[in-house]
Structures are given as structure tokens and as C-alpha cells.
Ligand binder design. Sequence first.
Ligand code: MSP
Length: 646
Amino acid sequence: MKEKFYLTTAIAYTSGKPHIGNTYEAILSDAIARFKRAEGYDVFFQTGTDEHGQKIEEKAKAAGVTPKEYVDKVAGEIKGIWDLVGVSYDKFIRTTDKDHELQIQKIFRKLYEQGDIYKGKYEGWYCTPCESFWTESQLNDGKCPDCGREVKKAEEEAYFFKMSKYADRLIKYYEEHPEFILPISRKNEMLNNFLKPGLTDLCVSRSSFKWGIPVDFDDRHVVYVWLDALSNYITGIGYDADGNSTEQFKKLWPADVHIIGKDIIRFHTIYWPIFLMALGLPLPKKVYGHGWLLQEGGKMSKSKGNVMYADDLVSVFGKDAVRYYVLTAMPQDNDGVISWEAMTEKINADLANVLGNLVNRTAAMSNKYFGGKVEDGGVSEPVDEDLKAVVLAAYGKVKKKMDDYRVSDALEEIFTLFRRANKYIDETEPWKLAKDESNFGRLKTVLYNLTESIVIGLSLLYPFLPDSAVKGAKQFGLDVRSFGELGKFGLLKETTVSKEPEILFNRFDIKEVTAKAEEIAAKQVAANEKSKENGDMKPQIGIEDFAKIELKVATVVACEKLEKSNKLLKLSLKIGEEQRTVVSGIAKAYSPEYMVGKKLVVITNLKPAKLCGVESQGMILCAENKDGELSFLSPERDMEDGSEIF
Ligand code: MSP
């Protein structure tokens, strides 16, 4: 029976379309999954989306849709991108799947009933207008980090998990399983920075927002998003907290490896193992925290138009070229860098020049000299032995790197094989052999050896660049071989090369690529502007919401600058019979003298607020363009102050 291998990716947040960094992880895991399948394992590969939490609730609100509508759209985009880059997952789990939600409720209840979760008090700072809880360290100069207003000390009921109870067991597990965390350097960090100083109990419920899985016995609370998300690794394969787990779960758990980014190692090597211990389940065999794929010149930002998305990259370079770049860009233990220029260079150098050339030259020579027929001519020379040695050693070397999750190094080994084969062409000079019929036996052997080398190399390449490997082998009328067959050189009897071999990899012109990248950037900036203009950031409201705002025409009767501020003007407004003071941030756009006598629009039922020590009793309306220029609003023709606006 085949040995099982269960691997997972982190589940991506559905807060927005995933960039190439998130997509990297899916491609990396896919290469590992395909490699294990080729080695004969019974692989189960799970990926998916992490869909709950306050951030997503807020994003949905801003987009004017329900959270479910929002996550449905983004989860669809994520799945679409995974499919586009060829991620061969067996299961795509969503944390809004009903069976997952049910299990999370059961897990929470089980942990509560057995005493690992208890109800306690969460102390923090509360901002009433924002309805938000903040910890001391989140505050900004002691004020609400969102709105800058005063916060007050408050308590909230919450559920806590007894983390400390399991710390010693986890330390012991680390000691007995030195292979548990990869890279190894992160193990000491977890031990010394978190486990040994002592774990505090973890707050595992929230009541300040609604978009989560309700605690079924206390539905004012939703389950903490990390308890919900981490559990996907067991719920996705059929775990049941009541003891009725599926056969699939019994077969697959514990996971062989969780593949995640370096930023979430702590969640996977401290929280997750402790939750599992509490559930009485074995721990995953390995957690591999890969480095990050970063963009040259700083952070990706939609407003700058420099976010790199897999679909844009695939539209320019093609799927396998994108897979190749990201898989080689990241040596283990390090971050990788991505840019349009670096991609163009690497793809041209390795895929077009090394592999593409090798395949095209070999196929073209077989066509030219032997009408496409490839067979061993039976004339060997010592140089063949060196080629065969390199080709036959490749599988072992690649396997060793893959066992250590050194995917970039594994690809380097495969390209060593292709480079050696190119060198063999230079050494044997087939075009010279072709000049004299008496050398045809030798020429046949040379082309045969090249074809064997290529098909073995492509078979090894299959897990990384599946389409190109198959397409390359097809040019020689062959299929890629199973890994079990890679220990032999000379399996091929004879074959016929395709008459019109297609170019396997294009060579890209940096100027053309840069022009396309600029086009993509411009589209991104425009789409970003449009979404802002469309007010995508604000939810739709009913007329009853608008009716709550009291707007009136006012005349500015006096105006002065506020001493303590270079932004604020203090305006005295006449609104019919009434006079009011309003403080407004328009000092950079208007002088006090200019404002006196002007008619403008003011919100009169806004709660008063103190700004630089002055109470502002309303707010005037202004328009702001994308360059930050301001213009206050005035009635189109003269209207007496106090007139209502609706
Ligand atoms: N939802 C959590 C994971 C929960 S797992 C139970 C999360 N989501 S994420 O969308 O922010 O990130 C998904 C994965 O992508 C994480 O493993 C993260 O480390 C990884 N990456 C995010 N940005 C990345 C790069 N720039 N480069 C490589 N990986 C990146 O975290």
C-alpha cells in the first residue's frame, strides 16, 4: 500500500486579491505535492481561505456588501489564481463551509467542557465612538489609534484558553522532535522568546464584532479567528470533535507538513500544537516556514500600481515561467526578490537559453540528419560516460534537496543536468559528424544520448513545470517517465521527433516587458482610483440614514486662525437666528479674511467635539480632490442662512 503524505498551505485571508507573494506559497506547496506523488506517495494536498474576522467585516462594510458576499467574491478570485498557476490541490477548504463551522463550534464546546477554555474578563481600553477595544500597546499617545479620541478603561467578558498548562509538554515535544520546525533557527526563537518565559492564557473569543463563528452556547461571542483558521487542517479531512472522525481523517492525520510563511510560525508551532494536545490529537510532523517574496524598491501598493499579481505575470510570461521564477527566487532561510526585470533575465537565461535551446537544437538535428528518427547507433566514446553519470545522479540529488524542502536548490540540480547536456553538444560537435557518412553511427548515439538525457531531465522537472515537461517530451514523441524509471539510462528503444517542434520557452525583450508592466501599472492605478470614486469604500445607505443628518446654509460672520494649529480655522457662523462656533481644517486652503461673509453648508446636528481646546459645534462641508486640494461647498445662488438642505 502507498504511504500517505498530507500537506497543507496556510489558508489565505479573503481580505483582497492575493499578490504574487501569497501565490508563491501555493506554487511551492504544489511542487512539493507533485514531487511526492511522483515518488509514489498517496498525497493529500489541502489549501483554502481564511474568511472570518473584524478586518473582513470592515472591508465588506466599506464595499457596501454583506461579509458573505465579500468573501465569496475574494475566495473565488483566490481559487481562480490557484487554478491559473496549476495548483493541484485535493481540497480547497473555506472557513465559511458549513461543516467546518459546525466542527469549530463543537471543538470550542469540547475544550470548554473539559476546562481548557474558561470565561474570564478581558481588560483593555474602549473607544466609544469606534466601539473598539484596544490593548495598552495599541494606543497612540494614550488615544484611540483609529480616531485619536479619548479612550476609557473597560472590561469585557471573554473566553480564555489555558495555554500555560501545555507549555512543558510542548517544550518536551520540541526536544524529542528536532525536525518539527524548519528552518531550525526558528525553534530556538520560539523556545527562548515565547515558551520559556511562560505563556499567558489566550483570549479565544471576541464580542466586539459579529463576523465569525458564534460560540454555540453563548452567541454574543464569536470564536477567535486563529482557533477557527488553524483547525481547518483537521476539519478539512473529516475530524469530528464528538469522536466520529472519518476514515480519511484517521488515515491522514497527523499532517506530514504544514507549509506557511515565516510571519505565522508562532501560531503554527505554539498555539496549534497546544490546541491539538488539548484535543488529544497527535502533532503535525513538520512546520516549514518559508521566506518571503519581496519586491525590489519597497512595499507593494495598489495606489502606486506596483502590486505584482500572478494573473498579470502569467499573461506576460506564461504559467510555467512564472512558476519557475518564484520557485528559484527563494533560497531556503532567505527572502527572495521579484521584479519584472529580474524575471525577464532569469527566464531568458535558464528557460529559453539553457533548456529551450537544448530541446530545440536536439530535436532539430534529429530531424535534419535522420528524418526525425532517434535510436542508439551503438558507437560510444568516453565523454558519454560523464554525461550519463551526471544524468543518473540527478534524481538522487534532487530527491535529497526536496526531502530537505530546498526546492530552489532542487531546481538548480535539474538545470545542472540540462547544462551538462548542452556542454555535451559542444563536446561532440554533431554538425561535424554529419559531414561524413562514416560517422553516422556515432551521430545517432550522440543524439540518442541527448534525447535520453532530456527526457530524464524533463521527468524530474515535471513536478515544478508540469506543462512544459510534458510538452518538451512530446516533441520527441515521448511521455515523461515515472521516477521509478529514472535510475536507468538507455530505456528508450527508438522514437520519432515531431516534424515541427514548437518553441518551448520564449525569449523576452526587456523593453517589451517593461512596456507591458507599465500598462498593467496604469490599469491598476486607474482601477484603484475608480473604486475610490465609485465610493466602493462606503456602504450603501437608505434615505432614512441620510435623513438623520441636519444640513443648513450658514454665513461666516467672523473667522480666525487657531494659534496652536496651522491647519485649523475657527469660524463664527450665523445660521438663521442662531450663532455657532465651528472649527474646520481648512487653514491651508483659505485665509480668515477670505472666509468672512461667505455662505457655506454646515452639519448642525453633529455631536460637539473639542479641537485644540475649542468646542466645535458642527462641521462645514468641503470637497477634496486626489491632490488634497479643498473647496468648501456653497449654495448655487444666494440663499438666506438657516435654509435647510435635503
Ligand atoms: N490567514 C492567515 C493564515 C492562517 S493559516 C491557518 C494568513 N493569511 S495571508 O493571506 O496573510 O497569508 C497567507 C500565506 O502567505 C502566509 O503563509 C503568509 O506568510 C504568506 N505570505 C504573505 N505574503 C507573502 C510574501 N510576500 N511572500 C511569501 N509568502 C507570503 O496569514
